[in-house]
Each structure stands twice: as structure tokens, then as C-alpha cells.
Design a protein around this ligand. Structure first.
Ligand SMILES: N[C@@H](CCC(=O)N[C@@H](CS)C(=O)NCC(=O)O)C(=O)O
Length: 220
């Protein structure tokens, strides 16, 4: 009997899900998409990971939480032609560092805006949202300098770091606009969106744009 495919618990509109999906699409990895639109998939997710944050990958006896770890796991156990974690240890270190940058300083403040909007008005945190906006501005400015002369965010090839950068910069601009003066960030965001794996993830998420709590703009 052929081995069961790894199962990815994910939602097409979720940025962290897209991060893992882009890695799967890059390598054409076969997987069972447990789309969280399905209540049954939600029940399975709760049983696997009580935190209920997604994506989660289940592969045989293994459960892998956290999008970064999902991509590291795929690289190790289901490798394909595209090496998302470079073989050279020092380049891999740079990739992991940039991956942390995109999670902590682009996605985390972006999610602050979204989670805050989902709260009842009386429980909102305007100071926290203002701080998140300031963090995004600092992160955009740092990234603009970092991306000068680069095609991808770490090393010379598309990597784990770019898998996260794509959805995070996509939604970050919807949430708290990237200043037009940050030309290197804009060129990078455009390059990411032209990548077939990213384009596919963005297209699959289109039917769910009404879910964006801040109101999806009519672009991208
Ligand atoms: N640290 C997690 C974050 C995952 C995350 O925040 N996922 C969001 C969707 S983009 C989620 O699970 N939202 C549901 C919730 O917060 O209950 C990772 O890297 O995978």
C-alpha cells in the first residue's frame, strides 16, 4: 500500500498557511490539503494541536507545528529540487535570521492590527496598534536598506525566508501601507508576487478576500 500523503491543516487566506503552501508548491510536493473551511478538518486540527494555530503538518506519527518548522521538516523528509534551506551552513543561518525578521517584525505587528479589529470596540488597544504601526515602519526602513542590490532576502536563491516574506509583505501593505519611497521593498514585493508558487497561493486566497477584517483593497 502506498504511504499516506502528509496532511497540511491550513486555510488559503491565512498568511502563515500560505508560507507553508508556497514551500510545497515550490517543490511540487504531493500533500493532502486539509482546508480549514471544512469543519471536519477543524476537529482534526484541534485534536492535533490544542493551540489551534495553523498551519500544522501531520505525517504518519509526526505532527509538526509552526510554519518555519513545517518547511524545515519538508526540506528534510520530503526534499524536492528547490532547496529552501541552503546546504551551506552560513547561508542557512542568514536564511533563518531573515525568517525570524519576517515573522517577528513584519507578521507580528501586522497581526496586531487584525486581531485588534476583531475585538469588541471597548476592548481594543489603540496604543498597541500605534506601536505595531511604528514597528512596521522601522521594519520597512530596515528591509529597504537590506534589499538594496539583492534579488531574494538571504543568499542568492529563493528560500524559506522568502516563503514568509511573500504573504507577510502582501498583507502588511494592505494593513499599514509601505511608503512608495521604499523602492527596494516594493521591487521585492512585486518580484515575490510574480513567483508562480506565490501567485498560486494568492489566487487560491482570492475567494476569501471578504474575510479581511480591515477591508481588502481593490488591488494585488
Ligand atoms: N507562530 C505560528 C503562527 C501561526 C498563526 O498565527 N496562524 C494564524 C493564521 S495566519 C492562526 O492560526 N489564526 C487563528 C487563531 O489565531 O486562532 C506559525 O509560525 O505558524
Amino acid at each position: 500500500m502506498p504511504a499516506a500523503l502528509p496532511r497540511l491543516y491550513a486555510h488559503p487566506f491565512s498568511s502563515y498557511s500560505q508560507k507553508a503552501l508556497i514551500a510545497l508548491y515550490e517543490n511540487g510536493t504531493a500533500f493532502d490539503y486539509r482546508n480549514l473551511e471544512d469543519p471536519q478538518a477543524n476537529e482534526e486540527l484541534t485534536a492535533l494541536w490544542p493551540m489551534r494555530r495553523f498551519p500544522v503538518l501531520a505525517d504518519g506519527e509526526r505532527t509538526v507545528i509552526e510554519a518555519t518548522s513545517v518547511i524545515e521538516y519538508l526540506d528534510l523528509h520530503h526534499p524536492g529540487p528547490v532547496k529552501l534551506i541552503p546546504a551551506d551552513p552560513d547561508t542557512a543561518l542568514q536564511v533563518r535570521m531573515l525568517d525570524r525578521f519576517f515573522d517577528n517584525y513584519i507578521s507580528t505587528p501586522q497581526q496586531k492590527f487584525v486581531f485588534d479589529r476583531l475585538r469588541p470596540e471597548a476592548e481594543r488597544d489603540p496604543r498597541g496598534v500605534a506601536d505595531a504601526g511604528a514597528m512596521l515602519d522601522t521594519a520597512y526602513a530596515w528591509l529597504d536598506r537590506h534589499m538594496a542590490g539583492r534579488e531574494w532576502s538571504a543568499g542568492k536563491t529563493f528560500s524559506l525566508a522568502d516563503c514568509g516574506a511573500a504573504p507577510f509583505l502582501f498583507y502588511a501593505d494592505w494593513t499599514h501601507r509601505i511608503d512608495a519611497g521604499f523602492t527596494h521593498v516594493w521591487a521585492y514585493r512585486t518580484r515575490l508576487l510574480a513567483r508562480p508558487s506565490v501567485k498560486r497561493a494568492v489566487d487560491e486566497a482570492r475567494p476569501y478576500r471578504s474575510y479581511f477584517p480591515l477591508g481588502a483593497p481593490d488591488r494585488d
